[in-house]
Design a protein. Structure first.
Ligand code: BES
Ligand code: ZN
Ligand code: ZN
Length: 521
């Protein structure tokens, strides 16, 4: 009896499908160049045997097909686990391919233990999986279910679809996206802008170092800011300006390379009060870190093309702040150069003089990030910023400590810490507080020849903390944070909505943080 019923049901469905297939094929013939797809969400069932829990948009779509989607979902396999997708073909005349994606539990919300908003992360994960499966099918326009949070859905779509393939002859299918079945286009638009910001940082980090030289980096940022010229000024400072500024620490790094250094200075004036003290963002911009005379081992040295990740995320977040027209003033500084070995390069044991007059014994030329940042931080203080945030792929030790789970934050300000942490819960691109003890300061100030040594006395132990302690010697401002992003620089498969490659993290957190400052006055 049961088997008979099932057979009838399946036959009826097959007949239905044939009708719809015919319909959709005739439609797709009129749009030969465009293949359309749809991504819809489904939550995990509440308890065993609970009924299917579709999102609002998915339920609407299901209704328009007289319940066909839910029927197909029931018969095609077990409930979709979060981040998993299933594609149905030919069920709707406008959408030849429909990807249904698993969103996990409904109303998961903020998780204290994980330090992020699980609902938002689940949406990013699911939507990116759905968009990618359709991209693999060469669908070139995808409509996306807001899944209850259009911003997160847009982020999942735009982050998930990004791939750096500019230098390959065979490209991945270009996919355009659009919100489906929701009126919240403002949130969708915001999500696209946030994700495009991170994608800009990913592009700059992933691209090879012979393409992204200091000069090329500065030109790309200038181009990206051109549409916002009304509120933005850019200075691409040359070597002679850097010399006039007596940035001896920065120059000690750049002098081993034939590529000229650039000190990039961006001013975004978004606040209605032009006199409002700016937020200062400073990014390490080593476009290639060979280690210099303290040469790195050759295995994985190619990853050091992303050693400008601090500059990339800082500049990309300023481009994003400008696109969002955030009502806040931001100054961005990026000391850009290569760290190379040569007859002109700094040698271990050399002593140099930073902009603030402090002398530094350079015992390891591979600890170059703190040197370029030292001078940039000194210069940055001249703008009387309300807060200083520097971002750098500073130490391998940071990767050892936290891996890719979170950016390490060293800060002298509880106020700044709270703002950064709050922003990161929203974005899912997390931060974790690290110590700034005098214990570490002693290890860089105890130096044979100079005021400071560029490496800690006990070399590898607490390497991320001694690097932070070194930077602190160049800070007098009460609200300063150093973000060590070495651990989050690249992605294998840890962040499910980013493909393998340089991550562009934590651009969205910097944008969300800036937005928080803008709206708290
Ligand atoms: N750019 C590196 C740090 C890094 C390592 C970033 C791996 C991303 C992934 C930095 O300039 C460096 O080489 N730091 C040294 C410091 C040491 C010599 C005190 C390090 O971490 O080994
Ligand atoms: Zn280095
Ligand atoms: Zn470096």
């Amino acid at each position: 009896m049961y088997a008979e019923q099932m057979t009838m049901l399946l036959l009826r469905r097959a007949a239905h499908l044939r009708t719809n297939l015919r319909r959709s094929f005739s439609v797709s013939r009129t749009h030969l160049n465009e293949r359309k797809g749809l991504v819809l969400g489904v939550f995990e069932k509440d308890g065993e045997g609970g009924s299917l829990h579709l999102t609002e948009a998915a339920a609407g779509f299901d209704q328009s097909l007289s319940g066909k989607l839910s029927e197909l979902l029931e018969i095609s396999g077990p409930t979709l686990k979060k981040g998993k997708s299933r594609v149905f073909y030919g069920i709707h005349k406008d959408f030849p391919c429909v990807a249904v994606v698993g969103l996990g539990k409904n109303n998961a919300g903020v998780c204290g233990a994980e330090n992020w908003d699980t609902s938002k992360e689940n949406i990013r994960h699911a939507v990116s999986a759905g968009c990618r499966v359709l991209q693999d099918l060469e669908v070139n326009h995808v409509e996306v279910d807001a899944c209850g949070d259009a911003q997160s859905a847009a982020e999942g779509a735009a982050l998930g679809l990004f791939q750096y393939d500019q230098l390959k002859s065979k490209k991945t299918t270009k996919v355009t996206t659009q919100l489906h079945g929701s009126a919240d286009s403002a949130s969708w638009g915001k999500g696209v802008i946030y994700a495009e910001g991170q994608n800009l940082a990913r592009l700059l980090m992933e691209a090879p170092a012979n393409h992204i030289t200091p000069t090329a980096f500065a030109n790309i940022i200038e181009e990206k800011l051109a549409p916002h010229a009304e509120r933005v000024t850019i200075n691409k400072r040359s070597q002679s300006w850097i010399q006039e500024q007596q940035m001896g620490a920065f120059l000690s790094v750049s002098k081993g390379s034939v590529e000229p250094p650039v000190f990039l200075e961006l001013h975004y004036n978004g606040s209605p009060d032009s006199k409002q003290a700016p937020l200062l963002l400073v990014g390490k911009g080593i476009t290639f870190d060979s280690g210099g005379i303290s040469l790195k081992p050759s295995a994985s040295m190619d990853a050091m093309r992303a050693d400008m990740g601090g500059a990339a995320t800082v500049c990309a977040s300023i481009v994003t702040a400008a696109a969002l027209k955030l009502p806040v003033n931001i100054i961005g500084l990026a000391p850009l150069c290569e760290n190379m070995p040569s007859g002109n390069a700094t040698k271990p044991g050399d002593v140099i003089i930073a902009k603030n007059g402090k002398t530094i014994q350079v015992d390891n030329t591979d600890a170059e990030g703190r040197l370029v940042l030292a001078d940039a931080l000194c210069y940055g203080h001249t703008f009387n910023p309300r807060a200083i945030v520097n971002v750098a792929t500073l130490t391998g030790a940071m990767d050892v400590a936290l891996g890719s789970a979170a950016t390490g934050v060293f800060t002298n300000s509880d106020w700044l810490w709270e703002k950064l942490q709050k922003a990161s819960v929203v974005t899912g691109d997390r931060v974790w507080r690290m110590p700034l003890f005098q214990h570490y300061t002693r290890q860089v100030t105890d130096c044979q020849l100079a005021d400071l040594n560029n490496v800690g006395k006990y070399s590898r132990s607490g390497g991320a903390c001694t690097a932070a302690a070194f930077l602190r010697e160049f800070v007098t401002a009460p609200h300063w944070a150093h973000l060590d992003i070495a651990g989050v620089m690249s992605n294998q498969d840890e962040v499910p909505y980013l493909r393998k490659g340089m991550s562009g993290r934590p651009t969205r957190t910097l944008v969300e943080f800036s937005s928080g400052l803008a709206h708290s006055g």
